[in-house]
Design a protein around this ligand. Structure first.
Ligand SMILES: Cc1cc2nc3c(=O)[nH]c(=O)nc-3n(C[C@H](O)[C@H](O)[C@H](O)COP(=O)(O)OP(=O)(O)OC[C@H]3O[C@@H](n4cnc5c(N)ncnc54)[C@H](O)[C@@H]3O)c2cc1C
Length: 385
């Protein structure tokens, strides 16, 4: 196992200070290893995630070679040659576990921003203290954007939040964490080959969730009630002005509709099966409130906004992979983690084999399936994806 940093590198170096998991402790598990503390319904801080991963690595006696960045992977007659800072390794099979979130997915319009604005991504943002005083434009209203907008607004800076497509979820539903429902009603275990539009499903933004000790729901209603201004998708920069799309009402209606459909699915499951006895009655939530008027443009040169945070998603970095398995859009070509090249595998990508694939708890089932395939490949018996 090669890593360019230490064990848990992404949680050690690439997360902002206040981040907690949005998945509860009881759900934080790795193969043969689960949370054993006193707060199963809590949410780990960044430091706690790191400690958890380090304990797992020690318990599994994982043969990690830290500080060994892979600089290229090339195909050979028997497999692959992996070039690292400390020499070359030849292998018959190779598992790409380099993460789904190596780079911020910043739209090209960033280049049109006035140079006077501070521009940050979730990789460079650590806490509000590093921002200049004054207004902040947060672009993107999924888990990252909502959490950063809330934290920055609490620091006393006016925040404008540009909202595009998003997945709305309440933190708690019928007295249980919404991820309890996702797991027990079977949604998170849905397999990739059961999903109608897999390409689209793989690109869905992260759910609007935050992990806090109070288990609050951090949705757009909560943010606008706190005084954060909501505007539409950041669509263009023209003559020093940010232009926002006008489709907020539609975006909200769609997210509310999808949330209600998901809650219907939970209710149906609860009716059909035997859920835990303490599940509360069915409930529905207030629709997302549409602002009376939302600005369609903002003068970026007026001084009203001093910094922009791009919470516009993440993408993997395969710049070192010299194997022709990346499609025109930069995505890895694979079938449930079996990459389109002999003996090459991937793990940890969105909806790789299941809806939960990109979450910590998704690794166990995906790893089991892929190892079976990999072992079959090495034994010369092949294996079904
Ligand atoms: C902001 C954020 C919040 C998240 N919140 C949650 C959450 O609440 N719950 C949850 O379950 N999941 C969450 N996730 C997803 C979470 O990151 C994953 O579940 C978990 O970290 C995935 O582990 P991984 O090993 O697949 O990828 P990573 O943690 O990204 O690890 C990949 C490793 O590969 C190494 N690497 C990359 N390129 C190279 C190279 N060329 N050479 C050598 N090494 C390399 C990196 O150093 C890194 O250590 C979150 C992700 C982000 C970005």
């Amino acid at each position: 196992m090669l890593d360019r940093g230490d064990v848990g590198n992404s949680w050690r170096r690439e997360r902002w200070d206040s981040l907690r998991l949005l998945t509860p402790n009881w759900q934080t598990r790795l193969p043969g290893f689960r949370y054993d503390g006193t707060d199963p319904d809590g949410f780990m801080t960044r430091a706690e995630v790191l400690a958890f991963v380090e304990r797992f690595a020690a318990a599994a006696a994982a043969p990690v070679r830290p500080h060994t960045a892979v600089t290229s992977v090339t195909p050979t007659d028997e497999g692959y040659e992996v070039a690292t800072r400390h020499g070359r390794i030849r292998c018959r099979t190779l598992v790409l576990a380099s993460g789904a979130c190596n780079l911020p997915n910043v739209p090209a319009l960033q280049q049109a921003l006035p140079a006077s604005l501070e521009s940050l991504t979730p990789f460079t943002y650590r806490n509000p203290g590093q921002l200049p005083d004054g207004g902040v434009l947060v672009v993107g209203a999924s888990a990252t954007g909502l959490q950063l907008a809330d934290e920055i607004h609490r620091s006393g800076r006016p925040v404008t939040l540009a909202v595009g497509e998003h997945v709305r979820l309440p933190r708690m539903y019928r007295g249980r964490d919404v991820l309890w429902w996702m797991e027990h009603a079977g949604i998170w275990n849905q397999r990739y080959d059961e999903i109608d539009d897999l390409t689209r499903a793989r690109r869905l933004p992260s759910p609007q969730l935050v992990g806090t000790p109070e288990r609050i729901t951090l949705d757009l209603n909560a943010l606008s009630a706190a005084g954060i201004e909501l505007v539409g998708r950041f669509a263009a920069v023209r003559d020093g002005r940010a232009l926002f799309s006008g489709g907020l009402r539609n975006q909200f209606a769609l997210a509310d509709l999808k949330m209600d459909r998901l809650l219907d699915t939970f209710d149906e499951w609860a009716r059909a099966g035997a859920p835990a006895p303490d599940v509360a009655p069915s409930e529905r939530f207030e629709p997302t409130r549409v602002p009376a008027s939302s600005r369609l443009e903002l003068n970026l040169a007026s001084g009203e906004i001093r910094s922009v945070i791009w919470a516009t998603g993440f993408r993997p970095d395969y710049s070192w992979l010299q194997v022709p398995v990346i499609d025109r859009k930069g995505h890895l070509r694979h079938d449930g983690g079996v990459v389109d090249a002999p003996g090459l595998y991937a793990i940890g990508l969105p909806l790789l084999r299941r809806r939960k694939s990109t979450f910590i708890c998704g690794a166990e089932d995906d790893a089991r399936d892929l190892i079976a395939h990999l072992a079959g490949y090495l034994a010369g018996t092949g294996g079904a994806p």
